[in-house]
Design a protein around this ligand. Structure first.
Ligand code: 13P
Ligand code: SF4
Length: 303
């Protein structure tokens, strides 16, 4: 660490205590943010942490829908997003209005929304899921027809695994589409002993070549538990920082160095400090939307 960074971290730590704040960071955040966070995790783990936290202020280092989910769960806490422009392009691929129209075409369908969606879309949905629990949640549904938004690739994977009839929204993650099957084939020939783990936001032909399809939190657990020494990783590059930090004896090979989520990389230490100083940008959800969205999110958390 250099002196400037040390000083920033000191100021963040002091102000965080004064504000009774907690820093939650997603696994794709820059190393400098992961290193100062109180908790680093996947979307499900971060929602659980937010819901259980006793802090008065939550600084969410991630993207907007994650902070918004915390605001849905914790209306009495101040939820701050680390960078005002940190959105998720996939979440923006479905609006509540467009979803209402689709629901009218499928009146009997159960609507399952991926947590990568706005509060308004969650409010239009019956159940919310993350990549960690999508399979279990969908398996547990009685419905014969499921309308799944917005990720067509996660939806395709869930439909294939569960055998459920699913109508898929045409959304996708621009970062995960950079991960290509041809690169896995090349890396597997170079590292024949390596395991391959990928995120379910990847394309179907990529998922086909994987040994394990996991959320980012699932990848962290698997990396610790496996006897494999080499692991080929198909997700956003930020996770590799955490995998290497926690497993220095193992080798992690990203499928694509280009799998960078630009909005996840906006947050720097300065942004966290400014957030604490200015108590902004704050993320709030109007009460009527919040309560309807919370019903779907509670099911995601097992409630
Ligand atoms: P995880 O919930 O698996 O961390 O995924 C979040 C995400 O945005 C993946 O692109
Ligand atoms: Fe959204 Fe993809 Fe970035 Fe995840 S990696 S936050 S799905 S754009």
């Amino acid at each position: 660490m250099n002196e400037g960074r040390d000083r920033l971290v000191e100021r963040i730590t002091a102000l965080k205590a004064r504000r009774k704040a907690i820093i939650l960071a997603h696994n794709y955040q820059l190393g400098e943010i992961q290193d100062i966070a109180d908790f680093v995790g996947d979307s499900l783990e971060l929602s659980q942490r937010a819901a259980d936290s006793q802090a008065e202020v939550i600084i969410f280092c991630g993207v907007h829908f994650m902070a918004e989910t915390a605001a849905i769960l914790c209306p009495d806490k101040v939820v701050l997003l680390s960078h005002v422009h940190a959105g998720c392009p996939m979440a923006d691929m479905v609006t509540a209005e467009a979803l209402r129209q689709k629901k009218a075409e499928h009146p009997g369908a159960t609507v399952v929304c991926y947590v990568n969606s706005s509060a308004e879309v969650k409010a239009e949905s019956d159940v919310c899921c993350t990549s960690a629990n999508a399979l279990d949640l969908v398996r547990g549904l009685d419905s014969t027809e499921i309308l799944f938004v917005p990720d067509k690739y996660l939806g395709h994977y869930v439909a294939a695994q569960t055998g459920k009839q699913m109508v898929l929204w045409p959304g996708y993650c621009p970062t995960h589409t950079r991960i290509q099957a041809a690169d896995i084939a090349r890396l597997k020939s170079q590292h024949p002993q390596a395991e391959v783990m990928v995120h379910p936001e990847c394309r179907p032909d990529v998922i086909e070549l994987a040994d394990f399809v996991l959320s980012t939190g699932g990848m962290c657990r698997h990396a610790r538990a496996t006897a494999a020494r080499e692991i080929i990783v198909g997700t956003e590059i930020g996770l590799v920082y955490r995998l290497r930090k926690e497993n220095p004896e193992k080798v992690f090979i990203p499928i694509s160095e280009q799998a960078i989520c630009p909005t996840m990389k906006l947050t720097r230490l300065e942004n966290v400090l400014w957030c604490l100083e200015e108590m902004s940008p704050r993320v709030e959800v109007p009460q009527e939307t919040r309560l309807r969205a919370k019903a779907a999110v509670d099911k995601m958390l097992g409630g």
